[in-house]
Design a protein around this ligand. Structure first.
Ligand SMILES: NC(=O)c1ccc[n+]([C@@H]2O[C@H](COP(=O)([O-])OP(=O)(O)OC[C@H]3O[C@@H](n4cnc5c(N)ncnc54)[C@H](OP(=O)(O)O)[C@@H]3O)[C@@H](O)[C@H]2O)c1
Length: 318
C-alpha cells in the first residue's frame, strides 16, 4: 500500500480508501453480512487506513458495520474515518437535509453507529440549495468546536458552491466521481488540489465496470446503483466501455494476467491531483485484489495507451 498526505490536513492516508456503499447492504449485489464485515477487516489488515462511509448507505447500516469491525479490531486510532451528512436515506429514497438541526442529529447518530467520539473527516454529502450555506456550515462549526469533527469536506459540490460554503468554514477536502469512464470533474479536482484540499475519487472502478467482471449489458433493479446512479451501465456507453476493456485485456495479458481493476485504479491514483481512490468491495478477495494495485505502478507507456483508448472509445476524439 502507498500513503499520501491528504491535502493540507496533516493526515497521511492510504492511496486506497475502502468504500462502504455496497457494504451497507442496499443498492448493490446482496452479500452476506459476515462477508461484508470481513471486507472491512481485510482492508485494514492489508494496509488501508482510510474508510469512507455515510449514514445514507442504507440508513446507518454501513456505519454500524464499520464501527463494529474497527471496535473489534481495536484499531480506531490507526484508521481515518470519513462519514457524511446532509443526505438522508428514507424508504429507499435519498433526501437532502442541510438544515442545522438535521446535521447535528445526524452527527450524533453517526458517532453512535461508528462507536467513536470523533469523526476524522466530515463531508457534506450533497449540497442542499434550500438551506443557506451559512446555516449548514454553522452547524459544522459547532461540531468542530465540540471536538466531534476534526476536518471538513464536501462532496458533489461545484467550485462555486465550495467557494460559497468556504466563506463560513474552511473546506479541507472534496469527494467527487472520477475514473477512466467519468472524467468531467478533472478541472474541479485540479483546482481543489492546488488549494491544498485533499481529493477523494469515488466510483474509481466505474461502479465495477472497469474490473472487467461485467461483459454483458443487463437490466438492473431500479433501486440498484447501476440503474439509477452509474448511467454508463446503459447504452451507448456500455458498448464503448467494452471496447476499452479489450485494450485493457491486452495490457493485462502483457503483464501476465494482472487484473483489470488494478489498471483502472493505478490510472486514477497516478494523477498528482488525486489523494486517494475510494473503492467499494464487499468481500476479502476483491479487497485484496484492489489493494494489490497499490503495490505497483503503470509505466508511462501503459498510461498513454489507456489515455489513447479512452480518447478513442469514450470521448471519440482520436
Ligand atoms: N460522495 C458520493 O456521493 C459517493 C457516491 C458514490 C460512491 N461513494 C463512495 O465511493 C465508494 C466507491 O464507489 P462505488 O462503490 O460506488 O463504486 P466502485 O468502487 O467504482 O465499484 C463498486 C463495484 O465494483 C465491484 N468490485 C470491486 N472490486 C472488484 C474487483 N476487484 N473485481 C470485480 N468487481 C469489483 C463491487 O462489487 P461487490 O460490491 O460485489 O464487492 C461493486 O459492484 C462507495 O462505496 C462510497 O463509499 C460516494
Amino acid at each position: 500500500m502507498r500513503y499520501k498526505l491528504f491535502g493540507n490536513t496533516g493526515m497521511e492516508v492510504s492511496e486506497m480508501a475502502l468504500g462502504t456503499w455496497g457494504i451497507g447492504g442496499a443498492g448493490w449485489d446482496d452479500r452476506p453480512e459476515e462477508m461484508r464485515l470481513d471486507a472491512i477487516r481485510a482492508a485494514v489488515e492489508l494496509g488501508v487506513s482510510f474508510i469512507d462511509t455515510a449514514p445514507a448507505y442504507n440508513a446507518g447500516a454501513a456505519e454500524k458495520l464499520v464501527g463494529q469491525a474497527i471496535h473489534a479490531m481495536g484499531c480506531r486510532e490507526k484508521v481515518i474515518i470519513a462519514t457524511k451528512c446532509g443526505n438522508d436515506f428514507i424508504d429507499g429514497q435519498y433526501v437532502r437535509c442541510g438544515r442545522p438541526e438535521n446535521i447535528l442529529r445526524e452527527c450524533g447518530e453517526s458517532l453512535t453507529n461508528l462507536q467513536t467520539d470523533y469523526i476524522d473527516l466530515y463531508l457534506i454529502h450533497w449540497p442542499d440549495e434550500s438551506v443557506p450555506f451559512s446555516e449548514t456550515m454553522g452547524a459544522i462549526n459547532e461540531l468542530k468546536a465540540q471536538g466531534k469533527v476534526r476536518h471538513v469536506g464536501v462532496s458533489n459540490f461545484s467550485r462555486e458552491q465550495i467557494e460559497q460554503a468556504g466563506q463560513y468554514c474552511p473546506i479541507e477536502a472534496v469527494q467527487v466521481q472520477y475514473s477512466m469512464v467519468a472524467r468531467d470533474n478533472e478541472p474541479l479536482m485540479k483546482w481543489a488540489a492546488a488549494r491544498g484540499m485533499g481529493v477523494m475519487t469515488y466510483g474509481s472502478l466505474g461502479g465495477g465496470i472497469l474490473s472487467g467482471a461485467i461483459r454483458q449489458a443487463r437490466v438492473y433493479d431500479p433501486m440498484d446503483s447501476r440503474s439509477r446512479f452509474y448511467k454508463h451501465f446503459q447504452e451507448p456507453m456500455f458498448s464503448r466501455i467494452m471496447e476499452l476493456l479489450k485494450v485493457m485485456d491486452g495490457m493485462s495479458a502483457a503483464r501476465g494476467g494482472t487484473p483489470l481493476s488494478q489498471f483502472a485504479l493505478n490510472w486514477a491514483a497516478r494523477k498528482d491531483f488525486v489523494s486517494t481512490c475510494i473503492v467499494g468491495a464487499q468481500s476479502r478477495p476483491r479487497v485484496a485484489e484492489n489493494t494489490a494495485a497499490f503495490d505497483w505502478s503503470l509505466t508511462d507507456g501503459e498510461a498513454a495507451a489507456l489515455d489513447a483508448a479512452i480518447a478513442q472509445y469514450l470521448e471519440g476524439s482520436a
